[in-house]
Every structure is written in C-alpha cells, then in structure tokens.
Design a protein around this ligand. Structure first.
Ligand SMILES: C[S@@+](CC[C@H](N)C(=O)[O-])C[C@H]1O[C@@H](n2cnc3c(N)ncnc32)[C@H](O)[C@@H]1O
Length: 223
C-alpha cells in the first residue's frame, strides 16, 4: 500500500500541523491559481486529494474541474465532498482515480482550454517526473506547478511542517536534482531544483518559467 493510500498523507493536509508559513503558502497558492485560471475553461488538478482547489470554482462559474488522484481513499472523499456541495459545482466537477501519467488519456474528454495544476507540491511527490513531463509536452497542455522555493527559509519551514506531522525517522537529503525529505512511513517529497526542472522539460521541448508567488512558494509555468 502506498504512503497516501495507507492514510499517512492525511497529516500533510491537517491544518493543525501547518506552521504559519504553510498557511501563507496556501493563501498565496490560491491567489496565484486564480490569476492563472483567467484564460482556462477546465482546471485539471493533479494530486487533487479530496479537491484541494475545488473552492476556486465559486469564483469561476464557467470553469469545469477534473481532480486526478492516484489514492482511492481521496477520490472517494472527493466524491463524498461533491455530494455535499451545490448542484452548480457538482455538475462541473469530477474525480478520476489515476496518476499524473494518465493525463494524455483524458485530454480528448476535456472541455475547452485546460490548465493542468499541481497543488501544494504534489509534483514534488512524484519520484520520476520525466514521464509526466513527456505527457504534458505531448498533450500540449498549459500547466502550473506549485512548489517550494529553493531557499534556506523554505527548507526550514518544510522541516518544521513535516516534523509537526510526526513522521518517524524524518531525514533530509540534498541532490543536484533538488531537496528531498523522506520518512520511515514512505513519505518522499522533493523540492526539485529549477535547473532540474528546466533540463527535464527542455528534453521534451517545453520551456518553463518561474513565477515567485510568495516567500516560500513559486509557480513553474509551461505549455
Ligand atoms: C498535494 S500533495 C501534498 C504534498 C505535501 N504538501 C508536501 O509538502 O510534499 C499529495 C498528493 O500528491 C499525490 N501524488 C503523489 N504521486 C502522484 C502521482 N504520480 N500522480 C498524481 N498525484 C500524485 C498523492 O496521492 C497525494 O494526494
């Protein structure tokens, strides 16, 4: 069973474990996502959990939502959550039990111009990003990746955040590809370096740009 499927990941989305900087991260993320959505017809949220960005639909009445999530427990939670929401949201939103590499398969079923969005460092939870970059490139989708800055401050915030989640044997490793935290439960979260992202996407013919949206958060844009 994966880290997220077994429920260990629930702690990462429990506000009781958020340092104040993570609260700010999520506020900045919401604001920058709203700006990025202005030209989109469909928000495809990858690593959506139970719909991390679902609430943005209230501000964008014409935008549809597709949540892509590999952990079935969150797909179920997302569907339950939709049942409690108004009909207006329910008719525009759905969840798909799949991982990021299945994006190309759903392309044909998407209405209008999509924005593929990776919230709250979901991209950093993908261990092998090259197949995902390939799929984004071949589908030609616009995308925005919400990830941590590569700064001492962001690193220290992550350390406090993951420690508050109570993971066992939490350890940090630095590579040219980025900064990685791991734990005994199977937690593995990268903040990929800008150089690694530039190189990986350029191998698929995609240019990425970096938009600083807050003290600890940046959006990596492409497509
Ligand atoms: C939103 S991220 C939370 C990360 C955390 N905030 C951090 O700092 O690392 C977690 C989500 O990413 C999802 N995820 C992990 N690998 C994925 C993949 N290959 N494709 C799509 N989603 C993935 C997980 O299932 C989970 O729902």
């Amino acid at each position: 069973m994966t880290f997220y499927e077994s429920g260990f990941g629930d702690r990462l989305v429990d506000p009781a474990n958020y340092p104040v900087e993570i609260v700010d991260f999520l506020k900045d993320e919401r604001r920058a996502l709203a700006e990025a959505l202005v030209h989109a017809d469909t928000l495809i949220e990858v690593g959506a959990m139970d719909g991390l960005s679902l609430e943005v639909l209230h501000t964008f009445p014409a935008v549809a939502y597709v949540g892509i999530e590999p952990a079935l427990r969150y797909v179920r939670a997302g569907n339950q959550r939709l049942k409690r929401m108004g009909q207006d949201i329910r008719r525009r939103a759905r969840f798909i039990h799949a991982d990021a590499t299945s994006l190309s398969g759903i392309g044909a079923r998407i209405r209008g111009a999509p924005l593929v969005f990776f919230p709250f460092n979901s991209f950093g939870n993908i261990g092998d990003i090259k197949p995902v970059a390939d799929v984004l490139a071949s589908a030609g989708f616009s995308f925005a990746i919400s990830s941590y800055m590569q700064t001492e401050h962001a690193l220290e915030v992550r350390r406090r955040y993951y420690a508050a989640c109570g993971y066992d044997e939490l350890r940090f490793e630095q590579y040219t590809e980025g900064q990685r935290f791991m734990s005994r439960e199977g937690f593995c979260s990268w903040a990929y370096s800008d150089e690694h992202l530039i190189r990986t996407f350029s191998e698929c013919g995609v240019t990425v740009t970096f938009q600083r949206v807050g003290l600890d958060i940046q959006f990596v844009r492409g497509g």
